[in-house]
Design a protein around this ligand. Sequence first.
Ligand SMILES: [Zn+2]
Length: 345
Amino acid sequence: MQVLRHAAGFILLFMASAGLVQAGQGSRVLLDGLWTRAQLAGTPADHVVSRPYSKPADITPPLRLEPVARLAEVPAGSRGVIRRVHVPAGDKVLALTFDLCERASNRTGYRTEIVNFLRGQGIAATFFAGGKWMRSHPEQTMQLMADPLFELGNHSWTHANFALTDEAETRDQVLWTQAQYELLREELARRADGRGLGAEMAAVPASMTLFRLPYGRNAPETLERLAVMGLPVIQWDVLGEGGAGTARDMALRAAGEVRPGSIVLMHANAVPRHTHEIVPVFVDELLRRGWRFVTVSELLAMGRAETVQDGYFERPGDNRQFDTGYPGKGTLHPAPRPEAGKAAQ
Ligand SMILES: [Zn+2]
């Protein structure tokens, strides 16, 4: 088995060095069979983020409350918050990740330039999508699902703060999102069948197998709850959108912080302002320095995960501020401030 795994690794490595690698899982035939290039490229309308509280919050659950597929429990050694992976020294490999966050109180966007750039350059990435985001962006979700460059992970239903949610709420946030993935995968399969491409669905994962904590927050019991649901917790050791200055400054700063086995946090939901400008500079700089990009699942298969027990951004405790300020246990934006003059009431 070990020999087989080494052989598979060698073949993958060979394919990567030859530029042939299919980084994630999926099918290019399926992607190109179901969408035109123009449909995949999207339009600026995809970037629109609705104003919080312009409509009532959407707290409706998905059409299926429990996923059909059940995952095996996470093994004991991988139950912490994973921040990076120890790969052989000098192995210039990293995982680029994008969160697609969406709370109950608005609809976020989809930064097409990021995905178009990654597709154009053949750069692998992992997208952690909220379940409600997937429901409000079905086409984009199915495209990411079908694309062999990309992998999809779970980012909770409506961006709940898992340091605050109880067991039932945690379960719903996670399993509703797993169920939404299945609903869209079934729609993808129907479309594939309609085009005579049903066999390609074998390459599309049946479930998401990774989880990212909203706000990077967890309670001690959260990790056990997620482990029972079969989802390792993936955080990051590099903030891709951090610090001051221009997008170029942020990109070069992040590129300078990357280590072998790093996991880099960015967003593709059109909320952070500069990400679509950061990505090309960051990627080009790392390619120039000889780095290669893999999905998180591929990175996890390359070495031992470095874990902590309490998620954070850069330093332990630096995300506790998010325990206040976002009502509904993190699932809502702060209420609009009353206008001056009405405040006294
Ligand atoms: Zn998020």
